[in-house]
Design a protein around this ligand. Structure first.
Ligand code: NMX
Ligand code: MLT
Length: 441
């Protein structure tokens, strides 16, 4: 058993009594009320999911295992020669809740290397798809086709006690995480670099190897590390994390769950917004003949988009009520590495003009930018200009959090998810009882 898995087993055994005690002794204690607005409003604010991997405070933003983004980046061991931490060390933190040493991070890197071989049939499946297929569809299909190798399914069919479900889930999750960077880079090179995939170099850490397989020079290795860490997890209610958790709750293996997670991420209101931001900016650039617009001109572009009934991609959030700290971290990176980049100037101008406009329009509950408003500009700068690909990067990162969550779901025996639905007539009846006067008018 690997050191990480051993450590995880200890953590799981120590944690289980907490969940059991809560269920047994406090199962009836209320977490909150559900209103008609919440039921009709996409379950916004309904507290009914439990995760200890990350927590999202509307004002402060995300904490991974209790650490803010700056704390996470500062405390994790760094890859020699780079500014950013090992993704492998970050996974150790997400999974166990403890900060790893450099040796711990390198141990996880070794474990990934041992698991990283992508089966040939995955490449065959990708190559059989029409080349103009969206890269998220390719990624989802590549993940799904590996389901045939699920260790969990084999062990389940042999007969698996409930307390042991996490063990083969860990095996599947680690195999998948180890293979995803190569699959992502293969899709990129096949689709956008004249079908010239680059073989992995397992002397490198995950971020370094990804940059190598993408064919992009330093500091893109640090960009990859930063991206995967920032996009990893955003508590459990967002569409991708929730889709992964929901599918896994039926005891579908992690390949089914991760494919579903990618499918949810591919929507323009969720992860695809990073590609939409670049598309929007390119459209403005074309209209401006490549010049940076004045504030007044940019305001007009924003208003025109709103008035045509579309959203401003990269702004707003279902939970956050301030600028996303993931946005700020990437902004800091831009200010350091690409302050004079033309697209960064556009993004920066949007940061200045958009929030007051959204506030004035009065619809969006959060006028501030989210993670997607800043992520494309960095990729563009380092030569990844095929913005259809950006959500794949988000997906590789998000897999880290979703896999950790599913392992813990299995460890704590969380049941199949099954909320209750009601009919519109039932809501009307409840509304009439609660507000007899309002219901008559
Ligand atoms: N531009 C224009 N209108 C907006 C925006 C925006 N950026 N954000 C919210 N609104 C509108 C929203 O469409 C809704 O309008 P209506 O009442 O006509 O349906 C109204 O404001 C209230 O929405 P909220 O309650 O503020 O937002 P909600 O929680 O429903 O949705 C998002 C959250 C993120 C889906 C929404 O803000 C949005 O569509 N943003 C643009 C897309 C985007 O950037 N998505 C990425 C989110 C982060 N991620 O990576 O997943
Ligand atoms: C995410 O990272 O999943 C997005 O910010 C969306 C969310 O948290 O709702």
């Amino acid at each position: 058993m690997s050191k990480l898995k051993e450590k995880l087993q200890e953590k799981i055994e120590a944690w289980r009594p907490r969940t059991t005690a809560l269920l047994k002794k406090a199962g009836d204690v209320k977490l909150g009320d559900v209103t008609i607005g919440m039921a009709l409003g996409g379950a916004r604010g309904v507290k009914c999911l439990v995760t200890d991997i990350s927590y999202l405070d509307p004002q402060e933003g995300i904490r991974f295992r209790g650490f803010t983004i700056p704390e996470t980046l500062e405390k994790l061991p760094k890859v020699p020669g780079g500014e950013m931490p090992y993704v492998e060390g970050f996974l150790y933190l997400l999974l166990t809740g403890d900060l790893p040493t450099k040796a711990d991070a390198e141990e996880v890197a070794k474990e990934f290397k041992a698991r990283a071989r992508v089966p040939q049939y995955v490449f065959d499946v990708l190559r059989a798809m029409p080349r103009d297929t969206h890269p998220m569809t390719m990624l989802s299909a590549a993940i799904l086709c590996m389901q045939r190798d699920s260790v969990y399914v084999r062990r389940y069919n042999e007969g698996l006690g409930k307390n042991d479900h996490w063990d083969p889930t860990y095996e599947d999750a680690m195999n998948l995480l180890a293979r995803l960077p190569e699959i992502g880079a293969y899709i990129f090179r096949m689709k956008y670099r004249a079908d010239t995939p680059i073989a992995p170099d397992f002397n490198l850490d995950l971020g370094g190897n990804f940059a190598h397989m993408m064919g992009v020079a330093k500091p893109y290795d640090d960009v990859a590390r930063l991206y995967f860490i920032l996009h990893s997890d955003h508590e459990s209610g967002n569409v991708s994390a929730h889709a992964g958790h929901l599918v896994a709750s039926a005891l579908s293996d992690v390949y089914y769950a991760a494919s579903a997670m990618i499918n949810g991420l591919a929507g323009p209101l969720h992860g695809l917004a990073n590609q939409e931001v670049l598309r929007w900016i390119q459209d403005v650039m074309e209209k401006m003949g490549g010049k940076v617009p004045t504030e007044e001109e940019m305001k007009k572009f924003v208003w025109d988009t709103l008035e045509s009934g579309q959203v401003i991609p990269g702004f707003g959030h279902a939970v956050l009520r301030k600028t996303d700290p993931r946005y700020m971290e990437q902004r800091n990176f831009c200010l350091k590495h690409l302050p004079d980049d033309l697209i960064f100037k556009y993004v920066d101008l949007l940061f200045r003009v958009t929030p007051p406009i959204l506030e004035k329009q009065g619809k969006a509950k959060n006028p501030w930018p989210n993670v997607d408003a800043q992520s494309g500009v960095i990729q563009w700068y380092y030569g990844i200009r095929e913005y259809d690909f950006y959500t794949v990067l988000f997906g590789i990162g998000r897999a880290l959090g979703v896999m950790c969550n599913i392992i813990w779901d299995r460890a704590l025996g969380y049941p199949i998810e099954r909320p209750k639905s009601v009919t519109t007539a039932m809501l009307e009846e409840l509304a009439a009882k609660a507000q007899p006067t309002a219901a008559k008018t």
